[in-house]
Every structure is written in C-alpha cells, then in structure tokens.
Design a protein around this ligand. Sequence first.
Ligand code: F6R
Length: 364
Amino acid sequence: EKGGYPHFMLKEINEQPAAITATVSPRVENGLPDLRVPELTDERLRRIGTVHLVGCGTAMHAGMVGKAAIEALARVPAQVEIASEFRYRNPILRPEDLVIIISQSGETSDTLAALKLAKSRGVPVLAIVNVVGSSIARAADYVMYTYAGPEIAVASTKAYMVQMCVLYLFALRLAYARGMQTDAEIRRLTAELLRAGEVIKPRLADCEQIKYLASRFVNTQSCFFIGRGFDYSLSLEGSLKLKEISYVHSDAYAAGELKHGTISLVTDGVPVIALATQKQVYEKTISNVKETKSRGAKVLLFTTRDAVVPDGVADYVVRLDDYDDLLMPLQLIVPLQLFAYYMAVLRGCDVDKPRNLAKSVTVE
Ligand code: F6R
C-alpha cells in the first residue's frame, strides 16, 4: 500500500507531480484558468471586496501563499486567518466579501466553525477541500476540490501543494476578470502553473542531496527558518513540517525581523535555514543571512540557479531551477518537505504518525 516507499509521507511527496496535474489541468480552458464554479462568474469576481482565507496549520500556510498571489495579481485585498482565531474574534465581514475555507480533510472543527460563522453573516463561502462529501464541502456555497488523492501521513504534503495550485488558479482568474493583468501575462502564468509537476520532478530527484544535508543537521536542538515574502510563508511551513515529525524545535521569522529580537539567540553553531528565492528581496535576505553568519550560524541556503551567493555566507547551498518568482513556492516546498522527512528518519521518529497528533482534528 506504500507503493514501495518506506513511509506514506515519502510516497505522498513523490505523488505531487500527479496531484498537480490532476488538480490544475481540468481547470485550464484554451490557455486560461477556469474555476469550474458556475456561480463565480467574471461579473461576480469583479464585485468581490475583500477575500478572507481561513484554515488551520498547513492549510493556513497555503492561504498565506494565496493571499500574496491574490494581492499581487488581482490587487484585491486579502487576509489570512487562523480558523481558531477568526471564529472567536468577531471579524469584520461585508456582504461583498468572499471567505475561502481551506482544508484537506474537510472535517477540522475550528475551520468548520469559521465557515458557519461566515455563512451566518451572509458572506459567501468557497471551500478548497480534498475529501469529497466532507462536512466542509457540504456546508460551503461553492467547492473547488483539490485532487491529491487520499493523504495518509499525518504531515500534510501533497494536499498543501494542490491547495496552493487552486489558490493560484483563483488569483489568476480573479486578475483576468478584473483586467488587472494582460491576457498574455495570464496565459503565460497559467502555462507555467500547468508545468509545475515537471518543474518539481528534479527536486524529488535531489533526495540524496537533501538526505546528506539532513545528516549534517541531525543533532540540532533548535533551528531558525528565515525568508521574506513567499519565502517567509514557506519558512513557516518548512518549520512546521520539521517540528511536527522530527521533534526538532524550530521557529520561522521574516528575515527583517531578526534584528528586532531573535538574533540574540543566534550564536556559534546555531542552524539557520535561509530561503532566498525572490529576486526583489534577494539582496535584503542575503544581508540578513550575513548577520547570522557573522555570529557563527551554520547556514543552509535555498536559492535559485543563477543567484550570486557571496563567499562565506552559507555553509551549504541548495539551488532551485529557474521558475517564475510568483510560483516558486511550488518548487521550494519540495526540498523543505524532504529535509523534514530525512531529519525525522535519521532521528528514528515515527514519520507517518508523530506523537500527540491526529490526521484530522475534529475536536476543538
Ligand atoms: C500539518 C498538518 C496540519 C493540518 C491542519 C488542518 O502537517 O497536516 O497542520 O494542515 O490540521 O487540517 P485540514 O487541512 O484537514 O483542515
């Protein structure tokens, strides 16, 4: 049942190219994104006020990527909400808003409660869900399914990947409907999204390199993930995966926040995993990495093929292939998933069933 893999998690990481194709290709028509939600016409999309993206854990992290894509492409204000916060904080919701509920299982109790709150306020709800017929899928006004197939490992990997894909499709269609990007740009990005499965295959093939790197960090007590923009959102997800399955304490920080407190913890030998894939802020992130290096940090840097990495900034560098900056999270998450996976394996952890965790959190 594990298809020859030692763990479901590794199987599911490797199923990501197929999950991307299954999720994205049915939603592209003549080179343009097509949400396949009859009620979400372009006319309706033009009238959306604010988009509220709500979920827990990894699903919420996918929402962060979605928010950035929606704002960058469509210039529509978007907010990311932790479901357990949203439900108790009397959020400001207006009738022209759209709430997007993100959940792999479709059964997460806080997420379902957030959905019900939005509906009780008369705000339409679009659910992005993996499990067909789940409570969230049934309660939402509109559903866009992710087609990841069953996810067994407690740590979410392929479901996160396709949640991001659906959010990119949504952001692209929203931008198209509102005329915020040229047709050519929408078509170009849609084509790039369609080939994401191919883009990540070399990253899956890099697993031996990532396993080696994990072996260099295996005795770590605590580490930091840093990045800016999309790289910050991915820092949160990479850090969550690592804590969840390898039990290594880690924290994720927006790179520019380091000097506002956290850098006091960076001393000789402290691992810093730096993500620097976004051209616009590359130099800024590198200068933060230098600040950690000069305090003795042991730096593992993830960056792009052509980025110039100054001498002495990083102990180890992992290079990603060229890809649009906006879609880079799809490529970057793969080595971060593999890093967490191999750290857990090398530390002898129960990878698929980490302690204290359940696959679906149906109680508050
Ligand atoms: C982390 C993880 C959790 C879930 C969260 C929401 O790897 O799997 O953080 O993402 O419990 O679950 P769903 O998406 O089923 O609502």
